[in-house]
Write a protein that binds this ligand. Structure first.
Ligand SMILES: NC(=O)C1=CN([C@@H]2O[C@H](COP(=O)(O)OP(=O)(O)OC[C@H]3O[C@@H](n4cnc5c(N)ncnc54)[C@H](O)[C@@H]3O)[C@@H](O)[C@H]2O)C=CC1
Ligand SMILES: O=C([O-])CC(=O)C(=O)O
Length: 260
C-alpha cells in the first residue's frame, strides 16, 4: 500500500504526540519531514522519528507532502499557510487563532478551493464543533466560551500579575471577544477562535477568562443559544496533550471509511 506523506510544522510538545502516534494509530501515513524554528532541535526530532529536518517551508514542501500538520504558532500559519496549499498539500491546523483575521481566513479558503486542497481545523483542547455548526445553520445563535486557568499558566502574557498567584476563589482577568483574546494570548486561546469559527464568528463570540485558585489544567465551557438548539459543553483537560491527539484524530478520520 502506498502511504500518504505527512509533514509537520513545529517540533515541540504537540508535534511529538503526533509523530509518536504514527506507528500505532496512523499506519496509512509516512512522516517525511519536519520544520522547526531552531534547526538543532529540528534535527534531533527528525533523527528520532526518521524523517528529514527542514530549514525552510520550501524545503518541507519539496518532499511533496499530501498532508501538513501544524503545531507551531499563529505566525507560522500566517507565514506558511498559503504556500502549503499552493504547494499541493492539505493543511491540518492547531494555531487556529490565525483565522481570527477574517481577510486572511477568506484568502486561505480561496487558495484551498483553487488548489483543490482542504484546511482541517483540529478540535484541539475543546470540541463539539459538529453541534455548533449545525445549530448555527438552523437560526442565528449567540455563542460564548469561558476559560478557567491557573495564574501560573498566564506567566509571560500581558494578563499576568504577581498578585494572581494569591487569588482566593476565582478572578476574571479577561472579558471581550475571541478576536480580542487571541491578539493578547496567541498561544492560549486558539480553541476560542476555533469555537467562534464553528458558531457565531470571532467578532461575535464572547470570551471570558478566570484565574482559579489551586487550579491545574484547563477548563473550557462553550455555550450557545439558538431558537431551537442550545448547548453547554464543558471540557476539562489536565494537560494540553488533548490538542496533539486531536490532530491524530483528524488524520485518522481522513483515511477512515467512517467519517465523524
Ligand atoms: N487548538 C488548540 O487546542 C491548541 C493549539 N495550540 C497551538 O499549538 C502550538 C504548539 O504548541 P506546543 O507544541 O505546545 O508548543 P512548543 O513550544 O512545544 O512547540 C512549538 C514548535 O513550533 C515551532 N515554531 C513556532 N513558530 C514557528 C515558525 N514560524 N516556523 C517554524 N517553526 C515554528 C517551534 O520551533 C517549536 O518547535 C501553540 O503555539 C499554539 O499556537 C496549543 C495548544 C492547544
Ligand atoms: O489552554 C489550552 O490547552 C488551549 C490552548 O493552548 C489554545 O487554545 O491555544
Amino acid at each position: 500500500m502506498k502511504k500518504l506523506k505527512l509533514a509537520l510544522v513545529g517540533c515541540g510538545y504537540l508535534s511529538e504526540i503526533v509523530a509518536g502516534a504514527l506507528d500505532r494509530y496512523l499506519p496509512e501515513y509516512e512522516l517525511v519531514g519536519v520544520l522547526g524554528r531552531n534547526f538543532e532541535k529540528t534535527e534531533a526530532f527528525a533523527k528520532k522519528y526518521n524523517c528529514k529536518a527542514c530549514s525552510s517551508i520550501e524545503e518541507l514542501l519539496s518532499l511533496n507532502p499530501d498532508y501538513t500538520a501544524e503545531a507551531a504558532s499563529v505566525e507560522s500559519v500566517k507565514n506558511y499557510g498559503e504556500k502549503i496549499l499552493k504547494g499541493g498539500s492539505n493543511f491540518v491546523v492547531l494555531s487556529i487563532g490565525a483565522f481570527a483575521d477574517s481577510d486572511f481566513y477568506e484568502q486561505m479558503k480561496g487558495v484551498a478551493r483553487e488548489n483543490e486542497k482542504k484546511i482541517y481545523i483540529a478540535s484541539g483542547a475543546v470540541g463539539g464543533f459538529d453541534v455548533l455548526r449545525t445549530a448555527a445553520l438552523m437560526s442565528p445563535i449567540t455563542a460564548s466560551i469561558g476559560s478557567q486557568k491557573s495564574a501560573k499558566s498566564l506567566k509571560n502574557t500581558p494578563l499576568y500579575e504577581e498578585d494572581l498567584l494569591n487569588v482566593k476563589g476565582k478572578k476574571e482577568v479577561f472579558s471581550g471577544t475571541t478576536k480580542e483574546a487571541i491578539k493578547i494570548l496567541p498561544t492560549h486561546v486558539n480553541v476560542a477562535v476555533a469555537t467562534a469559527l464553528a458558531s457565531a464568528g470571532p467578532e461575535n463570540t464572547k470570551m471570558n477568562i478566570d484565574v482559579v485558585e489551586d487550579f491545574v489544567g484547563d477548563e473550557f465551557k462553550i455555550e450557545i443559544q439558538g431558537e431551537e438548539v442550545s448547548t453547554d459543553i464543558n471540557i476539562y483537560s489536565k494537560t494540553s496533550k488533548i490538542a496533539g491527539w486531536s490532530v491524530v484524530a483528524v488524520l485518522r478520520n481522513i483515511v477512515s471509511p467512517v467519517v465523524f
